[in-house]
Write a protein that binds this ligand. Structure first.
Ligand code: IPD
Ligand code: CA
Ligand code: CA
Length: 273
C-alpha cells in the first residue's frame, strides 16, 4: 500500500488502509514515547484533575504526531485524543487515541504504559492497536480480522474463570473510595483476585492475550478502552459497549470486558448483566 496516497474506495480497503496506518503509528508513537521515558528525569510533570492525574510534554507531543499523520493521510477522518480533544470528521471514521495510557507508571519509572489507538465506525471500535514499547509488544486487531500480539493470533481459553485466573481493576477520582473497596471486596468474596498495573488500556490488551480473565473500571473514557475492546472482541471475548455516538464519545462510562469463561461473573461484578 502507498501510505502517502491511500486508496480508500471500498469499505474493505478503507479498513485495511486505516489498520495499516494505526499499526505504523503505534510503533512510531511507541518509539517516541520510549525516548521520553528513557529521559523522564528531564520532563516537567504537571497535574490535571488531581495530584494523581499527571501529564507531560511526552503525552502532548506523541498525540500531536499521531494527529498530524492522520490529518495528512485521511483529512476527512474525525479524531479524539485525550490531550487535545475532539475534531469532527466527515468520513464516518473517528480515531480515538490515548497517546500514553499509564502516565502514572510512565512518570514514576515503571514499564506498564502503552500507546492506544482505536478507530470507530458504525457505532463500534473497528480497529484496536496497542503498543507497549517497554515489552516490545504490539497488539493489533481489526473487525473480522482477528487479534494478534506481535503477529501471533490471540484466541481466548474458555476454561479460564474469575476463580482460577486474575481480574484487572482500575479506579480514578471520578469514583469514591467506597465504590472501589466494594468492588475489591466482592471480587475477593467471589473467589477471584485483582491486579492493577496503572494502565487500563494495557490491562484490556492483557485480557485479549489471556493474561487476565477480565477488566473492570467504573469510569473511564473512550480513549482508555476502545482499542482494548476491539482486541478483546477479536480474540473471542466480550465487552460492555461504550456509548460512542454523539456526546457519549467524550464522556466517561463503565469499562467492562472478559474472556468467555468469566463473562457472567465479571458482568455481575460490574452490575451490567
Ligand atoms: C488512566 C489509566 C489508569 C486508569 C485511569 C485512566 P492515563 O489513564 O488507564 O489505569 O485507572 O482511569 O485515566 O491517565 O494514564 O492516560
Ligand atoms: Ca488513559
Ligand atoms: Ca493518557
Amino acid at each position: 500500500m502507498n501510505m502517502a496516497n491511500p486508496d480508500t474506495t471500498s469499505p474493505e480497503t478503507s479498513l485495511d488502509t486505516r489498520f495499516a496506518l494505526a499499526r505504523a503509528l503505534a510503533q512510531e508513537a511507541g518509539a517516541m514515547a520510549l525516548d521520553y521515558f528513557n529521559r523522564r528525569d528531564t520532563l516537567v510533570i504537571e497535574t490535571k484533575r488531581d495530584m494523581q492525574d499527571v501529564v507531560s510534554i511526552a503525552d502532548r507531543n506523541v498525540e500531536k504526531m499521531i494527529r498530524e499523520r492522520v490529518a495528512a493521510m485521511l483529512p476527512e477522518d474525525g479524531f479524539l485524543g485525550e490531550e487535545f480533544g475532539h475534531t469532527e470528521g466527515a468520513s464516518g471514521y473517528t480515531w480515538v487515541v490515548d497517546p500514553i495510557d499509564g502516565t502514572a507508571p510512565f512518570v514514576n519509572g515503571m514499564p506498564t504504559w502503552c500507546v492506544s489507538i482505536a478507530v470507530v465506525h458504525g457505532g463500534e471500535p473497528v480497529i484496536g492497536v496497542i503498543g507497549a514499547p517497554c515489552q516490545n509488544e504490539l497488539y493489533a486487531a481489526a473487525l473480522g480480522r482477528g487479534a494478534k500480539l506481535n503477529g501471533r493470533v490471540l484466541t481466548l481459553d474458555p476454561t479460564r474463570t474469575m476463580q482460577n485466573a486474575l481480574t484487572g481493576i482500575g479506579a480514578n477520582s471520578h469514583v469514591t473510595p467506597e465504590v472501589v473497596s466494594d468492588i475489591v471486596n466482592r471480587l475477593l468474596q467471589a473467589g477471584g483476585n485483582f491486579i492493577r498495573n496503572g494502565s487500563g488500556a494495557l490491562m484490556l490488551a492483557y485480557v485479549a492475550a489471556g493474561r487476565l480473565v477480565g477488566y473492570y473500571e467504573p469510569y473511564m473514557h473512550a480513549w482508555d478502552c476502545l482499542a482494548g475492546y476491539c482486541l478483546v472482541k477479536e480474540a473471542g471475548g466480550w465487552y460492555h459497549p461504550f456509548p460512542v455516538e454523539g456526546e457519549g464519545l467524550t464522556k466517561g462510562a463503565p469499562v467492562v470486558a472478559a474472556g468467555p469463561g468469566a463473562r457472567a461473573d465479571i458482568g455481575k461484578l460490574a452490575g451490567v448483566c
